[in-house]
Design a protein around this ligand. Structure first.
Ligand code: ATP
Length: 795
């Protein structure tokens, strides 16, 4: 049995189990429809009671689905089809469901959301953009309120100030519609809170991720980052920029375009040692220099002006290379932005460091129950299983898909492809068939737009600039005679209904102007036609000059292109018909997909130690925030440990060094003429240092007056210490990651090295936290405002 056949059998088996439950749900339909409105909505309270008395979700599953299905019919006028109930069941059981576009995923999700919200721990639906989150929440909330459940929306207007109290209300809702980005940033913000008042999230419970493959895989490369305090600006940018200008490719540095990797060769390493007059570039004392050389190399070779960024008004601004738009306010992290600024000779901005960051993998893996919906999940199942431990079920369509997917038309050059696409569009347009032309980038979309204008064909262009407006336009893309040009992101998640008489013309025609970096996106694009059993067609036009082929097509494709890239060919303008060209295309796409999988795996591996450390730190913070007992004892213990450690590691203690230690850690005003202990008597020194601590604590206790305030003071002292040291550590790990990737050149086992070093730095951080706690309690000042309030100033 081939892997594909095996998957088919597995899928059928999974569906069989769900179908048995579906049968039971169907059997309850009449009983539910006989209920009055009041009786139906009272079901919610009844289910909750049953859960409280020890029943599980699976006990009430059949009845709850049947009740919610009836509510959907009464309130929304939509009775979920059998396939939607199957989809809903799979979502409840923690699968990612593959449901074709237009099959009604929004309605499907109401069933498992309802069931899982009954446990009163919250159910979250995550979509890809604000517009969809708001739209789905608005459209579905009538049925949830009818069933006595509250709906919250986790996305806000751009200028809206949302405080923790309001967020707490939103996340306390039974069902929250939000986006992956909003949820990620909220998670980080919640864990930066200094007290209970600032916390707003409940522990994660159940989530459904819409467009699961896009969120869980494609976006998973870019972590969400909250940036903060600027790092001290380095002057190494300029010297390293000068240095890399003197290097020769393949001599002193190696550049792999496919892997997007650039690094010094062994010879380059020696050259750097000579250039900077240092003994060993890879020694840890030259960490910063090495890092800056790496940054400069990357700035020069991996980031292209006008492709990856533009320089406007003496500022480097990043471009979104999928849409070609400027990403306002977005900056590259960890010094690469500054390295590009140096390369372009513009003024360097401050290099801010990341205060907190999380990847989608870590975020969604925190949910005890994760499920998702997508039009194209099966292709990526292996990766979804290995990364998220969720498997995929393909849900059959309500009506058979009758869309025709034609084989690609492949041309040698871009102009041939453009001309052929235009001819095809004109042919379809002449008979009134609506056309949706989808391009990979804004540039190409604009070229097509100009060509259509020259032909006098009226059309709309959508480039994902204004999601809400574009949703309205794309809704109309199925009307007779309509031509719409869109980038692959524009208008997704919007249903395209066919206009009158369009079905007879063959339905909507989706035309792809290039193959996308992965076949899942191709299928999503095709899926915009032929929804719910509508007729439709899809056709891709491709050239050997396309980015995908150029980058991943290999030598044979490049040679063939170079030999045939001229007008004199007898078959100029004709599509290439040999099978080998289809094969080249397929292999190029497969290679591009493999690269992305590898890149994601590497991100996950790097993220692993950060994830483990972050969870420990966040748990520690929560313990401090919610559980304040025995803080005094805890701090006593920490102080004792720090002092012992200090004495143990300073056997040759002098009076001068002890004085310095006291000034740095115990009191700025320490002025006693002679120390009242013998420096050789460690026990006495320790006793003396502790006495300094105790007397300072009693001074502070007097100021703070109540036990409650004293406890608050200690809590803040620890929290500040953790936050300050953790901030360093996040930044450290980021730097370490860059540093270690650089060492890949030296063929060491980079991951092992990274894990070992990150563990060591974590231990160092824990020690630093304790030392900072001591300094915080000793050196902080408390100012009372004359009434009952006071402010604490930490060092
Ligand atoms: N059970 C149903 N009965 C009648 N109409 C339905 C039913 N379910 C969904 N629909 C309609 O089908 C259309 C498509 O729904 P929806 O946009 O949710 O599909 P989708 O699967 O989410 O699409 P996309 O993949 O674009 O997100 C909507 O107009 C919806 O009202």
């Amino acid at each position: 049995m081939s892997p594909k056949e095996r998957r088919g059998v597995m899928n059928a088996l999974k569906l069989r189990r769900l179908r048995r439950i579906l049968k039971k749900i169907n059997a309850r339909a009449d009983e539910m429809s006989a209920l009055t409105d009041a009786e139906l909505s009272a079901k919610t309270a009844e289910f909750k009671e049953r859960l409280q008395s020890g029943k599980t979700l699976d006990h009430i599953l059949v009845e709850a689905f049947a009740a919610m299905r009836e509510a959907d019919k009464r309130i929304l006028g939509l009775f979920p089809y059998d396939v939607q109930v199957l989809g809903g069941l799979a979502l409840h059981f923690g699968y990612i469901i593959e449901m074709k576009t237009g099959e009604g995923k929004t309605l499907t999700a109401t069933l498992p959301l309802y069931l899982n919200a009954l446990e009163e721990k919250g159910a979250i639906l995550v979509t890809t953009n604000d517009y969809l989150a708001k739209r789905d929440a608005m459209e579905m909330s009538p049925v949830f309120s009818f069933m006595d459940l509250k709906v919250g929306v986790g996305v806000y207007e751009e200028d809206e100030e949302v405080d923790a109290k309001r967020k707490r209300e939103i996340y306390a809702s039974d069902i929250t519609y939000t986006t992956s980005t909003a949820l990620g940033f909220d998670y980080l913000a919640d864990n930066l809170a200094g007290d209970k008042k600032g916390k707003f999230l409940r522990p994660f419970h159940y989530v459904i991720v819409d467009e699961a493959d896009a969120v869980l895989l494609d976006s998973a490369q870019t972590p969400l980052i909250i940036s903060g305090v600027p790092r001290v600006q380095s002057n190494l940018y300029d010297v390293c920029n000068q240095f890399v200008l003197t290097l020769h490719e393949e001599e002193e540095y190696h550049f792999n375009r496919e892997d997007k990797a650039v690094y010094l060769t062994v010879k380059g390493g020696h050259y750097a040692e000579n250039y900077f007059n240092i003994p060993n570039l890879y020694d840890s004392s030259y960490f910063e220099l090495n890092r800056h050389i790496n940054l400069a190399l990357r700035a020069h070779h991996l980031y292209k002006k006008d492709v990856d960024y533009v320089v406007v008004d003496n500022e480097v601004k990043l471009l979104d290379n999928r849409t070609g738009r400027i990403l306002e306010g977005t900056r590259l992290q960890s010094g690469i932005h500054q390295a590009i600024e140096t390369k372009e000779g513009v003024k360097k901005t401050k290099d801010s460091r990341s205060v907190a960051s999380v990847t989608y993998q870590s975020l969604f893996n925190m949910f005890p129950k994760l499920s998702g919906m997508t039009g194209t999940g099966k292709i990526a199942e292996d990766e979804l299983i290995s990364t998220y431990r969720v498997s995929v079920i393909v849900i059959p369509t309500h009506k058979p898909v009758i869309r025709q997917d034609f084989p690609d038309q492949i041309y040698v050059t871009l102009p041939e492809k453009l001309a052929a696409t235009l001819t095809y569009v004109k042919k379809l347009h002449a008979k009134g068939q609506p056309v949706l032309l989808i391009s990979g980038t804004v540039d190409i979309a604009e070229i097509y737009s100009r060509m259509l204008l020259q032909e006098g064909i009226v059309h709309s262009v959508l480039t994902a600039k204004n999601v809400a407006k574009e949703a309205l336009i794309i809704k109309e893309a199925g009307q007779k005679g309509t031509v719409t040009i869109a980038t692959s992101l524009a208008g997704r998640g919007t249903d395209i209904k066919l206009g009158e008489g369009v079905a007879e013309l063959g339905g909507l025609a989706v035309i792809g102007t290039e193959r996308m970096p992965n076949s899942r996106i191709d299928w999503q694009l095709r899926g915009r036609a032929g929804r719910q059993g509508d007729p439709g067609l899809s056709q891709f036009f491709v050239s050997l000059e396309d980015e995908l082929v150029q980058q991943y097509g290999g030598k044979r494709a490049t040679c063939y292109f170079e030999e045939n890239n001229h007008h004199q060919r007898s078959d100029y303008g004709q599509p290439l018909r040999q099978r080998r060209h289809q094969r080249i295309l397929k292999q190029a796409q497969a290679k591009s997909e493999d690269r992305s999988v590898l890149a994601r795996q590497s991100t996950i591996k790097f993220d692993e130690s950060l994830r483990v450390q972050r969870q420990k730190i966040y748990a520690l913070r929560d313990e401090l925030i919610y559980d304040e007992k025995n803080l005094s004892q805890k701090v006593d213990h920490i102080v004792d440990e720090v002092i012992s450690q200090y004495l143990a590691s300073n056997s040759g203690l002098t009076e001068r060094s002890l004085r310095r230690y006291i000034l740095d850690n115990f009191s700025y005003q320490f002025q006693e003429a002679s120390l009242p202990v013998s420096i050789d008597n460690q026990v006495a020194v320790k006793r003396y240092l502790k006495s300094l601590y105790y007397s300072e604590m009693s001074r502070k206790a007097e100021r703070l007056q109540t036990e409650e305030k004293k406890s608050e003071f200690l809590r803040l002292s620890i929290l500040h210490a953790i936050d300050a040291c953790w901030l360093e550590q996040v930044d450290n790990l980021q730097q370490l990651k860059n540093f270690v990737s650089l060492r890949q050149a030296a063929q060491r086992s980079t991951m092992t090295e990274y894990y070992q070093e990150s563990l060591r730095s974590y231990d160092r951080m824990c020690q630093a936290v304790k030392e900072t706690v001591l300094r915080n309690v000793m050196l902080s000042t408390i100012e009372s405002d004359g009434n009952t309030g006071y402010s604490i100033y930490f060092v």
